[in-house]
Design a protein around this ligand. Structure first.
Ligand code: F3S
Length: 426
């Protein structure tokens, strides 16, 4: 890779050992990818605070500096970690104190994470603690080069915001935070964002559940390619596109999609394909929709629901308000738990507006920072859960060995109130 004079200085230690290690990592990473150079970024979303047994051991041996050196910089020397060079945020991590005692999640992990938060806050990491940083203050502009992890955030960043990021890892974001650089390849290159596949919705796609199912279909179809989607599409909102993108990155590995007339880089279908030949459309019709629904409900047998999980990706205020409206003056079934996950920064507004009071009065919980898939923990004794999220319906049965039902918010709330799953494809 070609380095600028400034980058060479960093590599040679002019800004300290940690920055030199970070630059060394970026050069090795960029060379392996075939990148010709680095690009500047002032927007890093990574993970430093997520607890794990390996991290706990490193912290015991040499403190958080050692853990950051090994995990985030791939460096085994004892080095000091300076303040991050560019704006950097922590994505979702493990459960926080608000979940203490609700699951088998270890208190020691919560304490370790608290400790990490204070260490990394001192070094300028903004503890957003959410998979949706774009909902709580990290909103890149069109064309901005970012270095983000978390597949659901990456696909939102590229597709809905028109910013540019590859799906980075703990090490590349750790190095980007200290240098303000990331390899210039993949989604950063101007010739790469164009569509490769065309999907046509021949059934109406409108509302949260329908956008999630369409996303699940599209991801499975195109895998890591770039779809453009046309057809009978209603006007999506933030939550719909959050769900759609997360689903494409769950059944496949989509990092960028186009909805002509909706997403910023596709004013037209022709623009989505960048002037290249538009491919033959693949139909998403009634049969495909039913097949997606069946796949997402294939791990449900018992209709007795122990647990309802909402807020994947982390819920918006509007989603939490809708939940509160459905729970107003009602009470959950005695044997059923309901959790909604949301960014902590938004939970203070949910509290202020009374949504939290309504949800907790009904017996539900508003939780932050993490989710059952991320922290690998659900309410003790959960055998069957219900969710409105295609991503959680896909992952949680495999992670926790539990059954899953996928449906609408109304169906999930009904399950929480009655303890029974009554959902079905309408
Ligand atoms: Fe977020 Fe967990 Fe879903 S991290 S995207 S709520 S799997």
């Amino acid at each position: 890779m070609r380095l600028t004079d400034d980058e060479k200085r960093m590599r040679d230690g002019a800004e300290g050992e940690a920055v030199a290690a970070a630059m060394d990592l970026l050069v090795r990473y960029g060379d392996a990818l075939g990148a010709e150079r680095l690009v500047e970024t002032r927007n890093v979303a990574g993970t430093m605070t997520q607890p794990s047994p390996a991290k706990a051991k490193l912290v015991e041996e040499g403190g958080w500096a050692k853990a950051y050196a090994v995990i985030n910089l791939d460096c085994d020397r004892d080095i000091e970690i300076p303040r991050m060079k560019v704006p950097t945020c922590q994505l979702q991590h493990g459960f926080a104190g608000d979940a203490a005692g609700l699951t088998h999640y270890a208190d020691s992990s919560i304490r370790l994470q608290d400790d990490a938060e204070s260490y990394f806050s001192d070094r300028g990491v903004n503890i957003l603690a959410t998979c949706t940083p774009y909902q709580v203050g990290n909103l890149p502009v069109r064309g901005e080069h970012c270095a983000w992890m978390e597949s659901s955030a990456v696909v939102y960043c590229n597709s809905v915001l028109g910013a540019r990021t590859n799906c980075e890892g703990a090490s590349s974001t750790g190095a980007a935070a200290l240098t303000g650089k990331i390899p210039y390849w993949g989604n950063h290159l101007p010739e790469n964002p164009h569509a490769t596949h065309l999907v046509r919705a021949d059934v109406t796609v409108d509302g949260f559940q329908e956008w999630g199912m369409l996303g699940y279909f599209v991801g499975e179809l195109v895998q890591e390619a770039r779809p453009a989607v046309v057809g009978k599409l209603g006007q999506p909102d933030l939550a719909d596109l959050k769900h759609f993108g997360a689903a494409t990155a769950t059944s496949g590995g989509v990092e960028l999609y186009h909805l002509p007339g909706i997403t910023p880089e596709a004013p037209t279908l022709e623009a989505a394909f960048g002037g290249a030949r538009i491919t033959e459309p693949v139909s998403y019709g009634a049969r495909e929709r039913a097949a997606v629904y069946d796949a997402l409900n294939s791990r449900g047998t018992s209709r007795d629901v122990d647990f309802v999980l909402l807020g994947c990706p982390h819920a918006s205020l509007d989603q939490v308000a809708q939940l509160a409206a459905r729970l107003e003056g009602r009470r959950l079934h005695a044997d059923t738990e309901l959790w909604v996950m949301m960014p902590r920064a938004l939970s203070s507004v949910a509290f202020r507006n009374g949504y939290t009071r309504t949800i907790t009065a009904a017996g539900g919980r508003v939780l932050t920072d993490s989710c059952p898939a991320m922290s690998r923990a659900a309410p003790p004794g959960t055998r069957v859960f219900a969710t409105d999220s295609a991503k959680q319906a896909h992952y949680l049965p495999a992670i926790l060995g539990i059954e899953a039902w996928f449906g609408t918010l109304t169906e999930c709330v009904d399950a929480a109130l009655t303890g029974r799953w009554g959902g079905g494809l309408r």
